[in-house]
Design a protein around this ligand. Structure first.
Ligand SMILES: [Zn+2]
Ligand SMILES: [Zn+2]
Length: 130
């Protein structure tokens, strides 16, 4: 637990979230679904315990079948379209938060890179991360 909650929100401010717990994990995902969802080369996300997160505002979810067979629900702001919070049916206790939605994204430290095989040639991430 942390004294200072982790907070963030979407571009228009309609959705805000706060977590009383520290992230349990952090990652970069270069899969094609994350490329399309973010419009960039990869998603950068931290994992928070879902029961420690309070969300205000209406998050709309788009459900997608992942290669693992799990359902990934991609949460975004219906007003400004910002990708925000994802859920994965295989990990119902976790909430995946896009790192750049944090009020203070500078402290984000990805621990791993997944789906590097799907990376675009122009998308360079830290080669030391595995
Ligand atoms: Zn918004
Ligand atoms: Zn992905």
């Amino acid at each position: 637990m942390t004294d200072t909650p982790i907070t963030g929100g979407c571009a228009c401010g309609a959705i805000r979230y706060a977590s009383t717990a520290e992230p349990t994990f952090s990652l970069i995902c270069q899969c094609r679904q994350c490329q399309r969802a973010t419009g960039a080369g990869h998603a950068a996300a931290l994992v928070l315990p879902a029961d420690a997160v309070t969300v205000t505002g209406e998050v709309r979810f788009f459900d997608q079948q992942a290669d693992s067979g799990n359902t990934v629900s991609r949460g975004f702001c219906p007003t400004c379209g910002s990708p925000m919070l994802n859920r994965n049916s295989g990990y119902p206790q976790s909430l995946y938060v896009h790192a750049a939605t944090l009020d203070d994204p500078g402290g984000f430290r990805p621990e791993t890179v997944v789906f590097r095989s799907a990376a675009q040639p122009w998308d360079h991430v830290d080669p030391d991360l595995t």
